[in-house]
Design a binder for this molecule. Structure first.
Ligand SMILES: C[S@@+](CC[C@H](N)C(=O)[O-])C[C@H]1O[C@@H](n2cnc3c(N)ncnc32)[C@H](O)[C@@H]1O
Length: 229
């Protein structure tokens, strides 16, 4: 796929200092790429925001600081929800934790802006324990597929979804599914990075199933924006 690299978007925006107990995903490059895309997206003040797969709430906090009127922070992990609750309370921000996935969030929506940094690392076995923060089935698309299918129910008319994932998990599939769901998607940022520890450990499997080329040890992260007419 053709990369759209935007050198104007640095990997290091203002990063909130967050509580992060062991077992909750440490905000990293994908988090900050999405935070930058949010900052540059023209989010209207007073927006109703959903942060799907919230982890520490790094993106929920970023949205609230950028003027969101309310933020729902959804995750399947109770520990993540306790963490985002604490991070929001410490700052007095209007963030409400919600236990569940995209389907649960449709019952509290729709939203002007939906943010998602879901698990997207391909994995031969079902995700368990802390790895549920990154492992996402054999093609990395278990959660991506759900979010894309529900995009039109999550995003209010005139609103948009911003979602980040690795090119290893098939951005062209996300784009096709988001189109199918009635939104207008495009890759708005991309960046090539060396594999981190999880991808390095998974490289043999990824090569064996043809998701990376032999010897490939870098991945492209992409941010997709999908607008709902
Ligand atoms: C890659 S982490 C992202 C955390 C945070 N948004 C960030 O950018 O730093 C993914 C998060 O999704 C959560 N998660 C995994 N499967 C999920 C699902 N089906 N629905 C909602 N959250 C899920 C995990 O518990 C984890 O906190």
């Amino acid at each position: 796929m053709t990369a759209i690299t935007n050198p104007a978007i640095p990997l290091a925006p203002a990063r909130p200092r967050l509580l992060r107990p062991p077992g909750v995903y440490r905000p990293q490059d994908d988090t900050w790429m999405l935070a930058n895309a949010l900052r540059d997206s023209g989010m209207p003040r007073g927006a109703r925001v959903l942060d799907l797969c919230t982890g520490t709430g790094a993106l929920a906090v970023t949205a609230a600081r950028h003027g969101a009127a309310s933020v729902i922070a959804a995750d399947i992990s109770r520990l993540a929800l306790a963490t985002v609750w604490a991070n929001a309370r410490l700052r007095g921000l209007p963030i409400r934790p919600l236990r569940g996935s995209a389907a649960a969030a449709t019952r509290t929506g729709p939203f002007d802006v939906v943010l998602a940094n879901p698990p997207y690392v391909p994995c031969p076995v079902p995700a368990s324990g802390a790895a549920r923060a990154w492992d996402a089935g054999p093609d990395g698309r278990v959660v991506l597929d759900e979010i894309c299918a529900l995009a039109a129910s999550l995003v209010a008319p005139g609103g948009y979804l911003l979602m980040v994932h690795s090119a290893v998990a098939g951005p062209e599939k996300s784009l096709a599914q988001l189109r199918e769901a009635g939104t207008t998607p495009a890759v708005v940022a991309a960046r090539s990075l060396p594999f981190g520890p999880v991808m390095r450990a998974r490289a043999g499997f990824l090569e064996a199933v043809g998701l990376i080329t032999a010897g490939q040890r870098h991945e492209e992260l992409v941010v997709i924006r999908a607008d709902r007419p």
